[in-house]
Write a protein that binds this ligand. Structure first.
Ligand code: BG6
Length: 465
């Protein structure tokens, strides 16, 4: 199994799902602080005690201990996000919050102390709540200016400390969750397609601007877009199914095309034309998009779907499709398809010819803490080891196919609060965190069996898979 010598092995989290300390260190509220039940819930007026993200896994206070464990596994890279509302608590004020800036400075210094390169998502489903409520999030063009101010601040402060940046987590998810992904308060059923695509345009401009500014301030930095990937297969060879798949792919590929090719593709112009979608763009914005494309493409991969004119509907993270009769599913109903990862790596590289970074992949499962026979506790998570072994073998296949893969950061390398369901019991980690769905638990950390397995994978650079 051959992985490149400089392959970036590691793990990923997001601030809002692990930090907790939602009102400490001068932090303002983010949209997650009023989303107690995840994707499908309506926002509450104020933070409520049933919101597990308010405390998360207390990473804010325990990051030193956690990063040490990740270093023990041999991580080369650690992906996290900066909570925008720690830096600009409201989002539209003039001056940043020094305590927030200092927090991430210590966090990144600790990564380096343990030999890990930070990979930072600038915006991971955590728009400051004030920007959502006052401006309707990315529906407003003013967001571009607020985001620009935020990225200038963090790039100035963390230059030399952070080399890899992602502009928006799963940017295409805004199609399915305008509030969580884009801070857009207008209920989805009332949001017109013109307003939705206008918001997306604002995000594209902000992303290109961030890429431009990053390259100016940090010439050594590499900036990537981040796409929610979901390979879609035709349910049957019926040409109607093939065309349906092509159209589904277009809706998602659009986001990568904009970041890599830097211009609106013909298929989207047609879609806009035929659906009466009108968006405002300026020549300066279009020039910016064309000129400041990304250095690499990153993506999450959990499952594949089918599309077709018939068949049973299922829902994965954010998007749905048709059930694939050949695949088993996770306890949360997400189809498990390791080969889909090889397929999407090839597809993305064929399309964009850019280095690719798998920044999320993993199995959300129920774990049971048991005695390890040596006086401690652990989780016998062979199912997770199996899942990841099969997926990593497919990464190796794609590398053999000639795809340049920069690295792999497994999702939720330490248990955290789920994004879609807001549960603790949907666990992804190599490290078990003692916290339950009702909020009880000691928060103590326990390495699972997958912890030792992953350590071995990294130490052998994948040879042991
Ligand atoms: C991705 C998100 O959609 O999937 C993460 O970027 C999320 O934030 C991950 O946690 C897994 O989804 P879930 O709903 O199982 O937490």
């Amino acid at each position: 199994m051959l992985f490149p010598a400089n392959f970036l092995w590691g793990g990923a989290v997001a601030a809002n799902q692990c930090e907790g300390a939602y009102n400490e260190g001068g932090k303002g509220l983010s949209i997650q602080d009023v989303l107690p039940h995840g994707l499908k819930s309506a926002p509450t007026a104020e933070p409520t005690p049933d919101n597990l993200k308010l405390k998360g896994i207390d990473f804010y206070h325990r990051y030193e201990e956690d990063l040490k464990l990740m270093a023990e596994m041999g991580f080369k890279v650690f992906r996290t996000s900066i909570a925008w509302s720690r830096i600009y608590p409201l989002g539209d004020e003039a001056e940043p919050n020094e305590q927030g800036l200092a927090f991430y400075e210590k966090l990144f210094a600790t990564c380096h102390k343990y030999g890990m390169e930070p990979l930072v998502t600038i915006s991971h489903y955590e728009t400051p709540l004030h920007l959502a409520r006052k401006y309707n999030g990315w529906a407003s063009p003013q967001m571009i200016g607020f985001y620009e101010k935020y990225v200038r601040t963090i790039f100035d402060r963390y230059k030399g400390q952070v080399k890899y940046w992602l502009t928006f987590n799963e940017i295409n998810s805004v199609l399915h969750s305008p509030f969580m992904s884009g801070g857009i308060v207008t209920p989805q059923e009332e949001l017109s397609l013109s307003d939705l695509y206008q918001a997306i345009h604002h995000e594209f401009v902000a992303s290109a601007l961030a890429t431009k500014i990053a390259h100016e301030i940090m010439p050594e930095a590499q900036v990537g877009c981040m796409i929610l990937s979901m390979p879609t297969y035709p349910l049957t060879p019926n040409p109607d199914d093939i065309i349906k798949v092509m159209e589904c792919d277009h809706f998602n590929d659009f986001f990568g095309d904009m970041h890599v090719r830097g211009e609106y593709p013909g298929y989207m112009k047609r879609y806009f034309r035929e659906n009466g979608i009108k968006i405002k763009t300026t020549p300066a914005e279009l020039a910016l998009l064309k000129e400041h494309t990304v250095d690499f493409v990153s993506f999450s991969y959990y499952l594949s779907l089918c599309e077709g004119v018939e068949g049973e509907d299922i829902v994965g993270n954010f998007m749905g499709g048709k059930k694939n009769p050949y695949l088993q599913a996770s306890e949360w109903g997400w189809p498990i398809d390791p080969q889909g990862l090889r397929y999407i790596l090839n597809k993305f590289y064929d399309r964009w010819q850019k280095p690719l970074f798998i920044v999320e992949n993993g199995l959300g499962a129920k774990d049971e803490l048991v005695n390890d026979g040596q006086g401690g506790k652990t989780v016998q998570d062979d199912y997770r080891i199996r899942y990841m072994t099969e997926h990593l073998k497919q990464v190796a296949e794609a590398i053999e196919d000639g795809v340049p893969v920069m690295g792999y950061t497994s999702w939720g390398c330490i248990d955290l609060v789920s994004a879609s369901t807001a549960q603790m019991s949907k666990r992804y980690g190599f490290i078990y965190v003692d916290r339950n769905d009702d909020g009880t638990g000691t928060l103590q950390r326990y390495p699972k069996q997958s912890f030792y397995w992953y350590k071995n994978v990294i130490a052998s650079n994948g040879a042991c898979l």
